[in-house]
Ligand binder design. Structure first.
Ligand SMILES: Cc1cc2nc3c(=O)[nH]c(=O)nc-3n(C[C@H](O)[C@H](O)[C@H](O)COP(=O)(O)OP(=O)(O)OC[C@H]3O[C@@H](n4cnc5c(N)ncnc54)[C@H](O)[C@@H]3O)c2cc1C
Length: 385
């Protein structure tokens, strides 16, 4: 038995199988439609909820599955194999639900977690701003306390997976007036753009992950009441970044899933396609590509599972998750690019999924912290800086 299979419990295998079945029965048949229409795949997300794939990490008492982070990674990898966009949508949703589970009041948990586990409510985490990307501490969105105990949110948020289509947006903003003892950065639960006066959403088009929705969110004196504050004033970064090791490892799992899809198709094709009287896979030049793809994919998988297992055991750490994230996202780019190469001209056709894998993979080395940021983090930890 391999190291990885050895590490999996019955429960892990069950989530992997459940997600693989969902990917095969629901996501795969819809993947090209989602790609072509580029609309938020709400019905697919609801189907994921019905199969318990949105609440893997949420407590059972709030409609979740109460499983661990390795189960989540195994599931999201299977889903990404069929559609990167659906996997990224689930990832954005999951990392909006987790802070509510970890820091929410009883009322907030009751209001949001069960509908989020079922896929009836969608979540988005809005941290990034036009001038605060790799350096999120430079954010300038403010939440001005009003006389009735509520807040008026004003500012601009960039990207934010599921922004605009979400029912609950976790907006990271500076509480004003600022508390004496802290910078005041806090998280506020804002409703959908339709429900909130002053909340405008402008969707942006991207080269990949079509169907996954994100864009620019503008808040102009958007009023939320006292109960919208998530956790404590001044704990905003702790809340938003508290799941960052998980989020980065989860993005690595998505990269692993996309790379797997591309690798499997490329290997099949290399065996079938004949040129010069032999299968192209018999040419050493193609074999070198296949070997490098296989090795990178396996490295990605091992680092992702290693970080996920550590997180599941309460021993997660930034060095492991940053390595998993950048190795897997770079592997996804490498494997998908060379899968197109092995397909030759057909790899460039938009009616085949190879070029979709490539476009989807590209974003993984940017979101959740760029590869450069991950390398800086790993080196900083290794060098004790
Ligand atoms: C599809 C998509 C989905 C997203 N989802 C979300 C989401 O759900 N929530 C959310 O809050 N945000 C989200 N983002 C935003 C994403 O996390 C940021 O784009 C990312 O963190 C990079 O920030 P930036 O784009 O401002 O790039 P910048 O920070 O401007 O970086 C530009 C370049 O400079 C380099 N650089 C910057 N600082 C350093 C440094 N200190 N050391 C070395 N190199 C550096 C970067 O590596 C990069 O190459 C999403 C973005 C996209 C495109």
């Amino acid at each position: 038995m391999t190291l990885i299979e050895n590490a999996l419990s019955e429960e892990h295998r069950e989530f992997r199988d459940r997600a693989a079945t969902f990917a095969e029965e629901v996501v795969e048949p819809e993947a090209e439609r989602i790609e072509n229409e580029d609309e938020f795949p709400r019905e697919v997300i609801e189907a994921a909820g019905e199969r318990g794939l949105l609440g893997i990490l949420l407590p059972e008492e709030y409609g979740g599955e109460g499983s661990d982070f390795l189960s989540y990674c195994l599931a999201v990898e299977e889903i990404a194999r069929a559609s990167g966009a659906v996997a990224e949508t689930i990832q954005g949703h999951t990392f909006a639900a987790l802070p509510i589970a970890n820091f929410g009041t009883e009322a907030q948990k009751e209001e949001w977690l069960e509908p989020m586990a079922r896929g009836e409510s969608v979540g988005a985490m809005l941290l990034t701003e036009p001038d605060a990307g790799s350096s999120p501490t430079e954010l300038s969105t403010v939440a001005q306390a009003d006389d009735d105990g509520g807040y008026l949110i004003s500012g601009e948020k960039s990207f934010g997976t599921n922004a605009g289509v979400a029912d609950v947006h976790l907006v990271v903003a500076r509480k004003r007036p600022a508390p004496e003892e802290s910078h005041g950065v806090s998280v506020f639960l804002a409703p959908s753009a339709d429900e909130a006066d002053g909340f405008e959403f402008d969707r942006t088009e991207f080269m990949g992950m079509r169907g996954h929705v994100t864009g620019d969110s503008t808040f102009e004196d958007v009023r939320v009441d006292e109960g919208a504050l998530l956790g404590e004033v001044g704990h905003g970064f702790r809340i938003a970044m508290g799941t960052i090791d998980m989020a980065r490892t989860g993005l690595g799992a998505i990269g692993t899933g996309i790379a797997r899809a591309a690798f499997e198709e490329a290997v099949d094709y290399a065996g079938d396609r004949e040129q010069g009287g032999q299968a192209v896979g018999e040419y050493q030049a193609v074999q070198v590509l296949v070997a490098d793809m296989d090795a990178q994919l396996d490295s990605a998988r091992h680092l992702v599972y290693d970080s996920a297992t550590a997180i599941a055991d309460g021993e997660g750490n930034t060095r492991k998750s940053s390595k998993a994230k950048y190795v897997a996202s770079e592997a996804a780019e490498f494997v998908t690019r060379n899968a197109i190469q092995i397909y030759g001209g057909k790899g460039y056709r938009t009616d085949l999924p190879l070029e979709r894998y490539y476009r989807d993979a590209k974003i993984l080395s940017i979101i959740g912290g760029t590869t450069e940021i991950q390398k800086t983090t790993v080196a900083g930890e290794a060098l004790g800086l």
